[in-house]
Ligand binder design. Structure first.
Ligand code: PLP
Length: 373
């Protein structure tokens, strides 16, 4: 079955005894069990499992082409569970411009619990190899990275990791499985903030880990999901399954509109550099072309001006709202360094834009107004 069909049909029969075409929301926190403490679907208590969560997890695993998926209450809860599945004293390699919340979680929480970390530029496999230590256990990939849009060669890093007995995880939030399938490129795990393109309408918070294999490391992650308790509600899982049915078509729109806007920005005199992997001028374009089937809806660019001017540009748009996050049907943008704060390596004149599904000419007209103001 093709992606579009799987997105609409996968998971619907799980926990759906009435065979409703759209499964109902199951708000019950408890399920009747037999004398041995079981029921047919092994449901007991909603923190451990719920029909709507099982439906969404099955859908996620199907779309990322993995064996299993675990849904969390946010992307960062999913990321934290992966790192908590390591042991104190283990070391990870992670991009220096990884999503700022994940950087703060690693340095502010996990380092205190004994996790060692090297934040590096991950555009070269040789540099990654140089940073492998005897206690390295995991290589964290985010490609395109947020917000510098750096591209990491997933297949090459996964091969290196496998040869050294390390795990690889790819944060696939930005591309979504429509544009990139890391497990098929050799990665062990995929991470998602489902708050972004899966939700697609800026009204749900969620996260997930998808595993190529249900091995011991993945079992540790699901133990943390259930015993750490950062699980999504049945309502949110139902909403996420609903939005995912249109994911392929929304991503096609995001890809198409972002390509047009990236072209427009590349030719604007007020713009110094455009970071979009779909542009031939992007240093990671060849690798991106190899591992992505579309280049996504996110663009970063440098204003030909200073920090104050860049902040002023963001303030002059009327259609494109000044807001963080991404992946909604509406376009949003922000002066990225201001929202990342301490430890950020983002240039002071960088703007990050999430291209929505409005008519691209309206987006470009608004950008024109903001850039020439
Ligand atoms: N990963 C990436 C690439 C993100 O952009 C974000 C949020 O912006 C996250 C993870 C964290 O997700 P959440 O905000 O759902 O916790």
């Amino acid at each position: 079955m093709r992606f579009e069909t799987k997105a609409i049909h996968a998971g619907l029969s799980i926990g759906n005894p009435s065979k409703a075409i759209i499964p109902p929301i199951s708000p019950s926190t408890i399920f009747e069990i037999d004398a041995e403490g079981r029921n047919d679907e092994d449901l007991h208590y909603t923190r451990l499992g719920n029909p709507n969560r099982l439906q969404f997890e099955h859908l996620l695993a199907t779309l990322e082409e993995g064996e299993a998926a675990a849904a969390f209450s946010s992307g960062i809860a999913a990321a934290t569970a992966v790192l908590q599945a390591l042991d104190p004293g283990d070391h990870i390699i992670i991009p220096e411009d990884v999503y700022a919340g994940n950087r703060k979680m690693v340095t502010g929480i996990m380092n205190r619990w004994g996790l060692e970390s090297s934040f590096i530029n991950m555009t070269s496999v040789e540099t990654i190899e140089e940073h492998i230590k005897p206690n390295t256990k995991l290589i964290w990939i985010e490609t395109p990275s947020n917000p510098l849009m750096r591209i990491t060669d997933i297949a090459a890093v996964a091969e290196l990791a496998e040869s050294r007995g390390l795990k690889t995880i790819v944060d696939n939030t930005w591309p979504s499985p429509v544009n990139q399938l890391p497990l098929n490129l050799g990665a062990d795990l995929v991470l998602h903030s489902t708050s972004k393109y899966f939700g697609g309408h800026s009204d749900i918070l969620g996260g997930a880990v998808v595993a190529k294999k249900q091995d011991d490391f993945y079992e540790r992650i699901t133990f943390i999901q259930k015993m750490g308790g950062a699980v999504p509600s049945p309502q949110d899982c139902w909403m996420l399954s609903r939005s995912t049915r249109t994911l392929a078509y929304r991503m096609r729109g995001h890809n198409e509109h972002a390509a047009k806007v990236a072209d427009y920005l590349s030719n604007h005199k007020k713009v110094a550099v455009v970071y979009y992997p779909g542009l031939e001028s992007h240093p990671g374009h060849d690798i991106a072309k190899k591992q992505m089937s579309g280049f996504g809806g996110m663009i970063s660019f440098l204003v030909d001006g200073d920090q104050q001017e860049s902040i002023a540009v963001v303030g002059r748009s009327t259609l494109i709202k000044r807001a963080t996050s991404l992946g909604g049907v509406e376009s949003t943008w922000e002066h990225r360094q201001s929202s990342e704060g301490e430890g950020s390596v983002t240039p002071l004149n960088m703007i990050r834009i999430s291209i929505g599904l409005e008519h691209p000419d309206d987006i470009i007209e608004d950008l024109d107004r903001a850039l020439s103001g």
